[in-house]
Design a protein around this ligand. Structure first.
Ligand SMILES: [Zn+2]
Length: 243
């Protein structure tokens, strides 16, 4: 069985086209468009959009169809420009123009490796995915740093990604492996016109010998769907309950 995520070719195609457009207008903020930077920009988007899996070989027409949906194309382009700007303004420690020299230096210290934290924001009236919500992940009241620049905290939700968001917190250095610790995370969701939502959860982790560099989607922590209500609807409901 050969499973393939169609979004990879869709996003690669759009990112290359966006880089070309940005270069054509000589945008002063563009510092580099090498293969490393392009790969970072592609990962940035793929970490934020819902995957579309197909069996290999059947994908060619489907990939094309995805971009015919103007909403999906607009969302990918918006994320793409955001990705290009952020990557262009961030010097990665391993950045080099040669792909072969692209090596990530990681200290071999014991760490707590965090799972990918994933959830979905829904609209309280329709139970449809809610776009343009801002989701922030905190640990003990502090904004959590992400594993690398291709992840964001806070992050926004999009229509085409079905209101989903995901975080990959940066590994936390610790004295020794095999230590158990309970982490108290909280998620804060805001959206103009909606009542903010707060949700807290705990996770127990055991420290490991070294940082996990590869993304392992089997280690995903799914958060319950969070529902947002319009301020006016909630006020009306409160009044109805009281009367
Ligand atoms: Zn570059």
């Amino acid at each position: 069985m050969n499973i393939h995520n169609l979004m990879e070719e869709v996003v690669t195609h759009r990112i290359n086209s966006l880089y070309n457009q940005v270069k054509e207008v000589n945008a002063s903020w563009l510092t580099c468009d090498c293969e490393n930077c392009r790969a970072d920009a592609i990962s940035y988007i793929l970490n934020r959009v819902a995957p579309r899996y197909v069996v290999s070989g059947r994908g060619v027409t489907h990939a094309h169809e995805i971009l015919e949906n103007p909403q999906i194309k607009a969302d990918i382009d918006a994320l793409g420009l955001e990705a290009i700007r952020i990557i262009s303004s961030t010097k990665r420690p391993f950045h080099s123009s040669s792909r072969a020299e692209c090596v990530v230096e990681v200290p071999e210290n014991p760490v707590f490796n965090f799972p990918i934290i994933q959830g979905c924001i829904l609209e309280g009236n329709t139970f449809e995915p809610l776009a343009d919500a801002t989701v922030k992940l905190s640990l003990d009241g502090k904004e959590v740093p992400m594993a690398d620049v291709t992840w964001a905290n806070p992050i926004n939700t999009y229509n085409s990604t079905k209101g989903t968001y995901s975080f990959w917190p940066k590994a936390l250095q610790v004295e020794k492996p095999d230590q158990t610790r309970k982490f108290n995370f909280s998620i804060e969701v805001t959206h103009p016109g909606y009542d903010p939502v707060n949700y807290s959860f705990d996770t127990n982790l055991v420290s490991e010998n070294k940082i996990r560099k590869e993304l392992d989607t089997t280690l995903t922590l799914k958060i319950m769907d969070l529902v947002m209500f319009r301020e006016d609807i909630k006020n009306t409901m409160d009044r109805m309950i009281k009367e």
